[in-house]
Structures are given as structure tokens and as C-alpha cells.
Design a protein around this ligand. Structure first.
Ligand code: 3IO
Length: 348
């Protein structure tokens, strides 16, 4: 009797194990794995949004797709991201457009001094700008989402209370934010954000110009005890996918990704805006950081110094013959007048 029960038990276990392994084989065979490369460290906002996207995608495709994330430049670094994804070294990658000046002219327009108030508005405006003009710069990839950080402020070791205080100060910035710093008299030093940690420690730079969540996410508040509020300079980002990897995806997975595009832009913008509030509070309360606000008169002078950038951008875009890939006469006309930017931003 005991023998029979044991035999039955063993058989039952065998049947269960066989079923399970068969099921697993089927599940694995149907599974799509995608590699997603990112350049900054895992706790920073570009990587937090990556993890959020991964979770949402895996959930909405019922586990059909698995996304393997590579933060901290472990698969591709900041400057090799675009070409690396085009070449298929990663299926998906996150680029910061400012790191390759001249490559993303149309979408880099969001980094001009246009008065974009926060990351949510910036992210929506950037995505709309991209969708409307379908710039050539992205013709070799599929865009999965875009977002921006919030307007930049000065984080420094010495207080900056008026423009003269900036004179010759070595501050880290890239792209249009470097142009802005220069116009104010500082000495911009170009490098991707992750390199700033060492540059600050070594003293190569005396501060930086970017969105304030980095005070906490990179612990810059331990090194920079002053913030000057200038609210200028935004960095546009794009999440891009290799075209061949995209073409291999089933249509329903592609659809899930497209449905996530704008939602992800908004989510990231809102996340960033909240992180900034937290980081400023933490910097003041826990790190003794002083937040300097410019008087209205002083701020007007700072703004005045950088408005030339918008005209320069329009001239440059015309000279380079930037044209929307999908164009109508009206959109081209408004594009050439430079109205398109403020138009996109106002509607957001
Ligand atoms: C940024 C880049 C990587 C991680 C966190 C970040 N917060 C703001 C930026 C913008 C940027 O790329 C830059 O260079 O200031």
C-alpha cells in the first residue's frame, strides 16, 4: 500500500515537472530580449525612466518581451550612444542630444532660451517638435520617446550673486548651456554629466550648470554649496531603437511601444520636476546649501545676454538647409520664421 502511494506520488511529481518544463520552454522560445543602454549611473533620472519603461513594457506585453537594462555606460557611453544603436551594439539607447553639437539641430531648439518652465512642458514640447518635423537626424533609428530635464541653474563652490561673479569661472556644461554660460562671462568646460563627478573632485571645474536634481542624485551638494537660480538651458534626450531590432518585433509589441511614447515623456517630465523639489529641499536642509535668487533687474540683464541664440539658431538652421522630412508649405514657412518652437511649447 505504502509502495503504491509512493509510486503514484512519484508519477504525479514527474507529470507536474514535465508540464512545467514544457511550459517554460514554450515561454522562453516566444520571448524577445532587448538590450537597453544608458550612459549615467542607475539612480539618475535617465535610468529611473528606463526602469519604469522596462516594467511597463514587460507588463503590457504579458512577459513576451524582456528588457535588459545597462546603466552607467556599461554597454554604450554618452558619446557613442547614437552610432552604437544605429550599428546594433544595443537594441535601445538613451541619448543626450547636447553631447553631439550640430547633430540634432531641430530638436536641440528646445535647449534655446524660450522660457520653458519645467521638465513636463519641455518633454511634451520636444516630442511634439519631433513628431511635427520628423528631423533627418533620426532617420536611421526609431524614436521610442523623448524628454528633457528641467531648466538649468548654477551650482558652484563660490557664490554667484551678480554676473561679474561668474567671470572666468570654470563651470561644466554642454551644448547650448555652454553657449549660455559663455555669454554670461563664465568659462564653460564641456563634458558629459557622469564625468562631472571626478572633475569636481579634482577641481578641474568649480561647479556646473544643469538641472538641480543632480545636487542629490550625484551628491554634488557635498561639493557645491551655492545655487544661483537662472532657469535657463534645457537638455533634450531621446530614447532610440535600432531599426532592424524594431522590424523584428511583432506588430502588437510595436503598438505597445508607440502607445507608451507620449506617456513616458510626461511621466519622465513629472518625475524630474518632483526630484528637483526634493533635491533642493535636501540640499538646503541637510547640506547647508544657499539658494541665491537674482533681483528682477539683474535677471532681465542675464536674459538679455542670451536672446541672440534664438536668432542664431534660425540663421544656422536655414544655412544648413534644415527641412522637415514630412513637410507642408505652411509648416515649412512657420519653421523658417522660427514660430514653430514657441507654437509647440504654448500648446503643451
Ligand atoms: C543629466 C544627464 C545625466 C544624468 C542626469 C542628468 N541631469 C541633467 C542632465 C542633463 C545633462 O545631460 C547635462 O549634461 O547636464
Amino acid at each position: 500500500m505504502i509502495k503504491r502511494t509512493m509510486l503514484l506520488g512519484t508519477m504525479l511529481i514527474f507529470v507536474i515537472v514535465t508540464c512545467l518544463s514544457l511550459f517554460a520552454t514554450v515561454a522562453v522560445a516566444g520571448k524577445i530580449t532587448l538590450n537597453y543602454a544608458n550612459f549615467p549611473p542607475a539612480p539618475t533620472f535617465p535610468c529611473v525612466q528606463m526602469e519604469r519603461w522596462k516594467i511597463e513594457l514587460e507588463k503590457r506585453t504579458n512577459g513576451q518581451v524582456e528588457v535588459k537594462t545597462f546603466p552607467g555606460g556599461t554597454l554604450l557611453g554618452a558619446k557613442e550612444m547614437m552610432d552604437g544603436v544605429i550599428a546594433g551594439q544595443a537594441d535601445i539607447g538613451n541619448i543626450c542630444m547636447a553631447y553631439q553639437p550640430g547633430r540634432f539641430i531641430v530638436t536641440n531648439a528646445t535647449s534655446l532660451p524660450l522660457g520653458i518652465p519645467d521638465a513636463r512642458s519641455g518633454s511634451v514640447a520636444l516630442l511634439k517638435l519631433y513628431e511635427k518635423y520628423q528631423p533627418e537626424a533620426f532617420k536611421d533609428v526609431v524614436v521610442l520617446t523623448m524628454f528633457t530635464n528641467a531648466p538649468g541653474n548654477i551650482m558652484s563652490q563660490q557664490p554667484v550673486r551678480k554676473m561679474e561673479d561668474l567671470k572666468g569661472m570654470d563651470l561644466r556644461a554642454s551644448g547650448d548651456s555652454a553657449t549660455i554660460l559663455k555669454a554670461w562671462g563664465a568659462n564653460p568646460v564641456g563634458m558629459p554629466m557622469p564625468a562631472t563627478v571626478e572633475a569636481l573632485q579634482k577641481g578641474t571645474v568649480k561647479g556646473l550648470f544643469s538641472s538641480l536634481e543632480v545636487m542629490k542624485d550625484f551628491k554634488f551638494a557635498e561639493n557645491c554649496k551655492y545655487i544661483t537660480m537662472v532657469d535657463a538651458g534645457i537638455y533634450p534626450f531621446a530614447v532610440i531603437m535600432n531599426k532592424a531590432s524594431w522590424a523584428k518585433l511583432p506588430a502588437d509589441v510595436q503598438q505597445v511601444m508607440m502607445d507608451l511614447k507620449e506617456e513616458q515623456a510626461v511621466w519622465t517630465g513629472e518625475y524630474m520636476d518632483q526630484q528637483i523639489k526634493d533635491a533642493v529641499a535636501w540640499s538646503k536642509e541637510e547640506q547647508g546649501v544657499e539658494v541665491i535668487t537674482l533681483s528682477a533687474g539683474e535677471k532681465a540683464q542675464w536674459d538679455e545676454k542670451i536672446i541672440f541664440m534664438v536668432d542664431d539658431w534660425i540663421e544656422n538652421a536655414k544655412a544648413k538647409g534644415s527641412r522637415p522630412r514630412r513637410s507642408s508649405t505652411t509648416s515649412r514657412r512657420s519653421f523658417n520664421k522660427g514660430h514653430a518652437l514657441t507654437e509647440c511649447y504654448r500648446k503643451s
